[in-house]
Design a protein around this ligand. Structure first.
Ligand SMILES: [Fe+2]
Length: 336
């Protein structure tokens, strides 16, 4: 399979070495083997080439005047993290193998080397890069499909409960915005948004007449409503998500002081994502119309979570939410 690498469009290899003779010799060899190649003798020449054309792989000497090969590679990786590097080392005892790999090199080769060994390394690295790109594309396709699937589940639920139509999606966007304001990493933020899209899925097991009942709910009806967190978890728990979506859904009504449900978790026993979801859910729900009460002004919803900061709601989450709404008059302004 590796030998097929040269059969498609020629890959472009960038050679960086202050030794003109070696560079020319390597360039001749790579061209004979079907690669396209570019060459530079130092860091600034390298950056100019990168601005002009797409490079598939770079091979650089480690010891050069000015920036050394590792510094050059790290500078390149700031703007072009996808370019793999092979580092050529000669007599350079000051550089260890660990240092080269830790700096981000795909491989290294010690001078002098047989050219066929270099070619084997190039082919292997380009092949791995191709596989990695395929996996990345497949993962993005899977995540998009998964999001559509969760969206379909959410709309099914909302058919039974028109008063909360759009609620889960709006909570998802608000939770995402709060997480971004808090500096939560991208993957956790995406998972949180997905969990929020289906956080009330357990309401599918609550009779519709309770969901749409105008007026105050009785204690028994309220206890039936409260089963939706556990029911949602039970629906989602057997799907092998690589993320804790079922757990976040289970915990979205837990509160900091242990007064929430279903488990009465206290403080950080509750997942950070669920603490964010809890605030987003409360703010969105309070500022939306329900059969048993009209929508509250956004300012009142924010005042409510603010007053319950450190009691029911995580202070960091509430503060991020308040910052987000600073000078904005509606949830739409934040979500648009
Ligand atoms: Fe809920």
């Amino acid at each position: 399979m590796l030998s097929t690498m040269n059969s498609s469009l020629p890959k472009t290899i960038l050679l960086v070495d202050d030794d003109d003779h070696l560079r020319i010799m390597l360039q001749d060899y790579l061209r004979r083997e079907g690669f396209s190649s570019r060459e530079a003798s130092n860091a600034s020449g390298t950056m100019k080439i990168l601005q002009q054309e797409k490079i598939d792989l770079a091979i650089t000497d480690i010891k050069m005047p000015g920036k050394d090969g590792l510094e050059l590679m790290q500078e390149v990786h700031k703007d072009y993290p996808q370019i793999p590097f092979i580092i050529m080392t000669g007599c350079a005892p000051e550089y260890s193998f660990e240092q080269i790999v830790d700096a981000g090199a795909a491989d290294f080769i010690t001078k002098p080397f047989p050219l066929r060994i270099l070619q084997t390394k190039i082919n292997r690295i380009l092949y791995e890069k191709k596989i990695h790109q395929h996996l990345q594309k497949a993962l993005i396709r899977f995540e998009n499909l998964f999001e559509d699937f969760l969206g379909a589940i959410a709309s099914t639920l909302e058919k039974r409960d028109p008063y909360t139509a759009g609620h889960q999606r709006r909570v998802g966007k608000l939770a995402e915005a709060i997480a971004q304001e808090m500096g939560v990493d991208e993957e956790k933020t995406n998972v949180l948004r997905l969990a929020a899209f289906v956080h009330d899925i357990g309401k599918i097991s609550v009779p519709a007449e309770i969901l749409v009942k105008p007026g105050k709910l009785t204690e028994i009806e309220m206890s039936i409503i409260k089963t939706h967190a556990q029911a949602g978890y039970d629906i989602l728990k057997n799907i092998e998500f690589p993320w804790p979506i079922a757990e976040i859904v289970l915990q979205h009504h837990e509160r900091l002081d242990g007064s929430g449900y279903p488990r009465g978790l206290v403080g950080e026993e509750c997942l950070m994502e669920a603490r964010i979801l809890g605030v987003a859910d409360a703010v969105e729900a309070m500022s939306s119309h329900r059969p048993y009460r009209p929508a509250l002004p956004l300012s009142m919803a924010l005042e409510e979570v603010s007053q319950k900061k450190d009691i029911l709601y995580d202070a960091n989450v509430v503060n991020a939410c308040l910052r987000l709404f600073n000078n904005r008059l509606s949830i739409e302004n934040v979500l648009s």
